[in-house]
Write a protein that binds this ligand. Structure first.
Ligand code: G1P
Length: 300
């Protein structure tokens, strides 16, 4: 059984790609079918044994906190109607995990947001999930990353092959071969370098960092001395590049788990629509009629 229990989820981002929907509603609360995107992320964490959740939050994000609270008047109204099914659905987010919140304080970048978790995390390895990335539960990625961190130490990132023209949206990794980790499914590489959002012609590879990390607590000291990088922000990618060059005795070393399942960037409008359709198609109640309608609609 893994020792890693804590996960940090930065949710302070503005969600400008989804305006005007995100003018008053946090992007993490946009529904994917009938459940806010953030709940899928927490469900994924809990399925991997990560039940201590710390969200790094900011202005106008109160709806996320409300979502993980109990709502006595809502459950009372549903009880009066005898609607046990909806009561279970309403309670699910409250009972799912132990959710904590810390404010980021200032929008200084992803690295700064993760650094705000230091007090809560302490001296243990911990996971980070970015709320925009939705990973299909059919191919669990976090358990492999946790097993890799426990086997090799240091930090572990998730990588995915992307077309070269898209690499400028991601951190790009330089890798070397590494031995497979017992009991895991996805291939593992040793990461020797990382560059945040390079121009396609300058990217060292087309292996993109996707939003899942299992980090050694040495990352906190490294983040403290990481200068602003791409976009003038403190980048987690830059701290990981430093960790990749540090000795294991100081908490250094980075490995990459290469994910090949389905992943949606729910911060991107087209990917968001794909996630809604895909997940609705997988639902026993909605899937069959939606499939029928889609087939008819596309045939027109
Ligand atoms: C962040 C990271 C980037 C990573 C990406 C994955 O960028 O900085 O390295 O590749 O998430 O989704 P963002 O998408 O927040 O701009």
């Amino acid at each position: 059984m893994s020792q890693i229990r804590k996960v940090v989820i930065p949710v302070a981002g503005l969600g400008t790609r989804f305006l005007p929907a995100t003018k008053a509603v946090p992007k993490e609360m946009l529904p994917v079918v009938d459940t806010p995107a953030i709940q899928y992320v927490v469900e994924e964490a809990v399925a991997a044994g990560l039940t201590d959740v710390l969200m790094i939050t900011g202005r106008n994000k109160g709806a996320i906190e409300d979502h993980f609270d109990d709502v006595a008047e809502l459950t009372a109204a549903l009880e009066a109607k005898g609607d046990a099914d909806r009561i279970a659905r309403v309670r699910r987010s409250t009972e799912l995990a132990d959710v904590h919140f810390v404010r980021q304080g200032a929008p200084l970048g992803l690295g700064h947001a993760v650094g705000r978790a230091r007090e809560h995390v302490g001296g243990e390895a911990f996971a980070v999930q970015l709320g925009d990335d939705l990973i299909d539960s059919a191919n669990p990625l976090l358990p492999d990353m946790i097993a890799t961190q426990e086997h090799l130490g240091g930090s572990v990132i998730a990588l995915m092959e992307v077309p070269r023209e898209q690499i400028s949206l991601y951190g790009s990794a330089v890798v070397e071969p590494a031995d497979p980790v017992p009991g895991t499914t996805f291939p593992v590489h040793r990461v020797t370098g990382l560059v945040e959002k390079p121009a396609p012609e300058e990217a060292p590879s087309t292996l993109a960092a996707i939003g899942r990390y299992v980090l050694h607590p040495a990352v906190f000291d490294v983040l403290d001395r990481t200068a602003p990088g791409h976009g003038g922000e403190i980048q987690l990618t830059d701290a990981l590049a430093t960790l990749a060059g540090m000795p294991a005795s100081e908490g250094g070393g980075v490995h990459g788990v290469v994910f090949s399942g389905k992943r949606y960037d729910t911060g991107d409008r087209l990917d968001y629509l794909k996630a809604v359709v895909q997940l609705a198609l997988e639902r026993p109640d909605l899937g069959p009629p939606l499939r029928e309608w889609l087939a008819e609609h596309l045939a027109e």
